[in-house]
Every structure is written in structure tokens, then in C-alpha cells.
Ligand binder design. Structure first.
Ligand code: ASP
Length: 334
């Protein structure tokens, strides 16, 4: 379903909901949003099972925040090679993880960065948000905090044999040009729930072979994820250095605030970055977005950037609008 088709669909359901809520006006606050179908969007095809678990959490009465956490946790313990402790090691053979979470109501945020040995960094990020006055904890402090709060911790060192095997396959990591998509990936997952509340989170082991201590965009609020409960949410995947220098997820949400559709908001953020960046369109950056009205979309410099969309009516993998120097003026496929 394209943005437009979904818009049409939403017009109908919104009109039906408006008629229904008009009948209930005496019992409901006028500011209360009509109930709607939940919408879950995540990066890559591997996000689909995370979306589907998130939907079950919502249908079981959980909040958007609960659903984000559970969906991302599924990926963190799925054996994924770029999320969780099964993810890609840094140049010292250690898996250092980044994650963040945001809750629309109250504009809450929490994150952990460069943390070793924590099985579920997304839960650590949520605990930072809910149990401390802080937004971000890093490295050993984040590990200590997670352990103190009862989260499962393990040795962060990658298994020696698989590390050696991985090392043998690596070329010298070089930022930008020549960066291979398989060198990193992230689950970013954003949700609009039936009450119109929005939450989002992301989790990654980051760039494989990164310098120990390197932190990417994923745990940066406004980089890897941004949520504005009045507008929508966005999430990023790709080379973090090219996302975090531009507060890119924040840009996508601001583009939606100014009236762009989710797909156009993602594409416009990429065009703006490409205008400034010395690498132009030769970047590895991809974005997903949804808005308060229930529209969604994605765009990326990677051809056919796959992303996953789930509602009670369907759950599928789609392709984001491709952006490259050759096609940046074209309309794309969403
Ligand atoms: N953005 C992540 C990072 O740079 C990796 C990715 O999403 O591919 O750490």
C-alpha cells in the first residue's frame, strides 16, 4: 500500500471513527483521539518478526513502549549478526553495543552506548530512562547499571574462533567510500499505537571492526531514533557517522512537522545531507518514518532498502524510495 493508498484508507477509517466518537462525545474528552489500528515500522527484512511480536504485545494490552522493547529484545537474542551480543566485534574482538529508546508521552528518552556484555541493551536504555534522571550511560558504567538492575550480563568478548574467522575476511575499515552494507546493520523500530501514542527504539553492535569505544548514531537521540508525540517518529540505519553529524532522524521528524509525507521526509533529509556532505549521495544511510496520522514510508541511498511494516491487516517487507545521484529527482516507489 503506498502512502497515498494508506492516506485514502485512513480517511475512511478516520471518518468512521469520527462518526463513532461524535456519538460518544458526552462520555469522552474532546482531546482524546479516536482509536485506530496500530502501526509498526522497522528497518530491514529482519525487523518483520520484531514487528509481529510488538503487535502481539499491543494487542495484549501493552503500551507502545512495551512493544518497542519486546520487539527489539527479540532481535537482540535472535543470533542476528549486527544486533545484540551475536553482533559484530570491534577491532579488539569485543562486541560493544549501542541502543536507545524514546517514549512519545512525556518526551522521555534513554540510551546506552559502547556497552559490553549486556544481553538486552534496549532494556538497559529503558531503565536509564525510567530509573535515573539521566538520558545516556556509556561503557562500564552502563554495564554496571544494567547488572545492578537485574539485566542479564555475559562476557562481551566475541568467541575466539569466529572472531579470527571474521578478522581474516576483513579489509581495513575505511569510513565512507567502499563501506559495505554487510559491515553493519541496526534494528530501529517505531510504533504508533491505538491511542495515537508513539514510541521508538533501536539497537546495534555498530560498525564491524570499529575502533574500540566508537559510538555510532544508534544511541544518539535524534540520530538513530527520534519521536515527537505530536508529529511522528523516524529511525535510521547505515553508516552512523553520516547520520549523527546531521541529527538526521530529528530532521526527518521535522520534515514531517512541516507537512511532508514520511517517505518524502526521509528522502528530503538524505538530499539535504548529500548537499552538504563531501561524499554527496555516495553515503550509506537509510531511514524509516511514520506520522501521527498513520502514514509510513522509507528512503535510502541503498537501492531497494528493505523495511518491515506491520498492522493487524498485514505484515510485509517493502522497499524504501531509492536515492542516488542518478535518481534523486525521481519520485521513488512509495
Ligand atoms: N548505524 C549503525 C552504526 O553506525 C549501523 C547500521 O545501522 O548499519 O553503528
Amino acid at each position: 500500500m503506498s502512502d497515498q493508498t494508506r492516506r485514502d484508507f485512513l480517511k475512511h477509517t478516520t471518518a468512521a471513527a469520527a462518526t463513532f466518537s461524535a456519538g460518544c462525545a458526552s462520555t469522552q474528552s474532546s482531546a482524546r483521539l479516536a482509536k485506530r489500528d496500530p502501526l509498526i515500522v522497522s528497518t530491514w527484512g529482519f525487523g518483520k518478526p520484531a514487528n509481529e511480536l510488538a503487535l502481539k504485545v499491543l494487542q495484549g494490552g501493552g503500551s507502545a513502549l512495551d512493544a518497542v522493547e519486546q520487539g527489539v529484545r527479540l532481535m537482540e537474542s535472535s543470533g542476528n549478526t549486527s544486533v545484540g551480543l551475536s553482533g559484530k566485534p570491534n577491532a579488539a574482538g569485543v562486541v560493544q553495543l549501542d541502543a536507545c529508546i524514546m517514549n512519545g508521552p512525556g518526551h522521555q528518552a534513554g540510551s546506552v552506548a559502547g556497552v559490553e556484555g549486556v544481553v538486552h541493551p534496549i532494556s538497559a536504555a529503558r531503565l536509564v530512562m525510567e530509573k535515573t534522571p539521566h538520558v545516556m550511560l556509556v561503557g562500564p558504567g552502563a554495564h554496571w547499571f544494567a547488572e545492578q538492575n537485574g539485566l542479564e550480563v555475559r562476557d562481551g568478548q566475541a568467541d575466539e574462533a569466529s572472531y579470527r574467522e571474521w578478522l581474516a575476511k576483513q579489509k581495513k575499515p575505511a569510513p565512507g567510500k567502499g563501506d559495505k552494507p554487510e559491515n553493519h546493520d541496526t534494528i530501529a523500530l517505531i510504533i504508533l499505537d491505538t491511542d495515537g501514542n508513539i514510541a521508538g527504539g533501536c539497537s546495534t553492535s555498530g560498525w564491524s571492526g570499529k575502533v574500540p569505544g566508537r559510538v555510532g548514531d544508534s544511541p544518539i537521540i535524534g540520530g538513530g531514533v527520534y519521536v515527537d508525540n505530536e508529529v511522528g517518529a523516524a529511525g535510521a540505519t547505515g553508516l552512523g557517522e553520516n547520520v549523527m553529524r546531521y541529527c538526521a532522524s530529528y530532521q526527518v521528524v521535522e520534515n514531517m512537522r512541516h507537512g511532508m509525507s514520511p517517505t518524502e521526509a526521509c528522502a528530503e533529509a538524505i538530499r539535504r545531507i548529500a548537499k552538504t556532505d563531501p561524499q554527496g549521495m555516495d553515503l550509506s544511510i537509510n531511514f524509516i518514518a511514520l506520522n501521527k496520522g498513520g502514514e509510513f514510508g522509507a528512503a535510502g541511498t541503498q537501492a531497494n532498502f528493505p523495511y518491515s511494516v506491520t498492522t493487524p491487516a498485514f505484515s510485509e517487507i517493502r522497499k524504501g524510495q531509492p536515492l542516488s545521484s542518478a535518481n534523486q529527482k525521481e519520485g521513488g516507489n512509495e
